[in-house]
Design a protein around this ligand. Structure first.
Ligand code: NAP
Length: 522
């Protein structure tokens, strides 16, 4: 049952007077029950519990933490039916998406558990030589982490999503600032985490969940001296506000904010010679997937002006207008979509390609495509802005040089995509592809940017303003590196060294000893 209360560690609490409800965009009505926004005192208690829990949680072995993460996945699965039902009610997202995101969330938890059981993630390095100090280094957790649930992924980027899974894997307790659009999903997921923590002997305070519908709870959380790092996915406006807040603390802390992207797609001439219709179909589906509410949504398509490009644009427009739109996550996000789209459409020098024009539920996001010349795009930064929803701009560049110039003018992006079918062409456009690589965190060949695999090699990040720190990913196993810092032990007695750094390699992990990777003991 959903109580509407906050989880302050294991305790359910509703001391505040501010309440709110979630909203069902499909039925256009509020849902029950009411949620109680956390008070400043409840925020303090959650963080103090997390700080206390840190002392025992950081001492848990990797195998113990792995058992905890696996137990969360099991608890979620035991309540899957209700979780998916509430997820769909609060987000308006379809059944297939609920199933996919749920499976991704549980497999993500298990992937971090496997990483812990394997153990090499601590990056143990040992330098030992005659006449030199004995120096041994590894990664250790920062301390309590604040996680902001993302509106567009109520399971996979929210309460038990990648930020929480990776922070718990690192040995850091987590305090979640629940997203108000899916507070019920957040509470049920929190219940599963708390049950798993109790069953696996984790300390009270290893996880808390705070409700709020305004910015204060998040601000208090980021300012709390015991919070040591922040994970965020959302808008540029909120991400930079939180980053500035964290930098202005007496003790500044890192904010890993993923703030969006327009994900340029470079369509090289060879891609259109034989497969223009195929790509037009693929991209119509990618642009409208999840009603465009993905940070990897392809918002910008770049090509060289030609008959083939015009044919592709026409087909893309035809396909776009046929797909039936779905509701957006909330009336507020729908309104922001319409407003930011209108700002772009108020600019001069573009051509309307096509849009969905039928009658719909009031909260559906209608997809739309426009095209501009390379010249107009270079002169007007309004065409470069993210429109969070199913909207895309196609840029017709006059030649290869202009295509390169357009890419060089773009801000940092999460992804860049290259469509081509000729090997020779890849050489010819090498400088264009190099310029794209400079701009993005992930470069995709002959595919669509929507869809982010959870694996060790994934990079879901990118140069500012796509993220606040291009060195880190928020998806995949190396996301754990956001919550740890290296510490070097110099001439430390064996008895005081962490297990990963002792002479005997009892964990059997891969270590770098004097420049060679080995699982041998010293
Ligand atoms: P948001 O406005 O970025 O908010 C995300 C979270 O941050 C919310 O929980 C919000 O709290 C909190 N917040 C916002 N401003 C804050 C501030 N100044 N200080 C402290 N906390 C703050 O994202 P959203 O609500 O999910 O959607 C709004 C827009 O964000 C969308 O229309 C879209 O443009 C963008 N967005 C982008 C992505 C992406 O992946 N790029 C994902 C989601 C959303 P409250 O809600 O409680 O006020």
């Amino acid at each position: 049952m959903i109580t509407g209360k906050n989880y302050i560690g294991e305790e359910l609490s509703n001391k505040g007077d501010i309440t709110f409800k979630t909203f069902n965009p499909n039925e256009n009505k509020e849902t029950e029950p009411v949620f109680y926004e956390a008070t400043i005192n409840e925020v303090d208690r959650a963080v103090e519990k997390a700080a206390k829990a840190f002392y025992s949680y950081k001492k848990k072995t990797d195998v113990e933490k792995a058992v905890f993460l696996e137990a969360i996945a099991i608890e979620l699965e035991s309540n899957a039916k209700l979780l998916k039902e509430i997820y769909r009610t609060e987000s308006g997202l379809p059944e297939g998406r609920a199933n996919g995101e749920f499976a991704r969330t549980t497999s993500q938890l298990r992937a971090f558990a496997d990483m812990l059981k394997e153990g090499t993630w601590v990056e143990a390095i040992i330098n030992k030589a005659e006449g030199k100090p004995d120096i041994r280094r590894m990664q250790i957790p920062f301390g309590p982490v604040a996680v902001f649930g993302a509106s567009n992924f109520p399971f996979a980027f929210s309460t038990a999503g990648g930020d929480t899974a990776s922070a718990l894997a690192s040995g850091s307790p987590v305090v979640v600032k629940s997203h108000p659009l899916h507070a019920g999903t957040g509470e049920l997921v929190s219940e599963a985490i708390i049950k798993a923590a109790k069953k696996t002997g984790m300390p009270d305070g290893v996880f808390s969940n705070l409700n709020s519908k305004g910015i204060e709870v998040g601000e208090w959380l980021v300012k709390h001296p015991e919070i040591k790092a922040v994970g965020f996915t959302g808008s540029y406006r909120a991400g930079t506000a939180l980053w500035k807040l964290a930098m202005n603390r007496p003790e500044p802390i890192p904010v890993y904010a993923e703030m969006g992207s327009i994900n340029p797609v470079v369509v090289l001439p060879s891609a259109l010679e034989e497969k223009a219709d195929f790509w037009a179909e693929q991209y119509a589906a990618s642009i409208t997937m999840g009603c465009g509410q993905f940070c990897t949504n392809p918002g910008l398509i770049l090509g060289i002006d030609s008959t083939e490009l015009n044919h592709f644009i026409q087909k893309l427009g035809e396909n776009i207008s046929k797909l039936v739109p779905t509701v957006m996550l909330s009336p507020g996000i729908h309104e922001q979509y319409e407003n930011s789209k209108s700002e772009v459409l108020a600019q001069p020098d573009y051509s309307a390609v096509n849009k969905f024009g039928g009658q719909l539920n009031p909260h559906c996001g209608r997809q739309e495509i426009i095209s501009v010349s390379g010249e107009a795009f270079l002169q007007n930064k309004n065409f470069h802005k993210e429109v969070f929803g199913p909207f895309s701009v196609v840029v017709k560049c006059k030649d290869k040089e202009q295509l390169k110039e357009v890419i060089q003018q773009l801000e940092g992006q999460l992804t860049g995509t290259v469509l081509n079918s000729g090997k020779k062409e890849l050489k010819e456009y090498k400088e264009v592809i190099d310029a794209l690589t400079e701009t993005v965190g992930r470069i995709i060949f002959n595919g669509v940017p929507t869809g982010v695999e959870v694996c060790a090699a994934m990079m879901h990040g990118g140069p500012y303003p796509a993220t606040s720190n291009a060195k880190f990913t928020s998806v995949g196993l190396t996301a754990v590196q956001r919550w740890v810092r290296p510490v070097a032990f110099q001439d430390c007695p064996q008895v005081l060294l962490p297990e990963a750094l002792k002479n005997e390699n009892s964990l059997g992990i891969l270590r770098n000893i004097n420049g060679k990777y080995t699982t041998d003991s010293l």
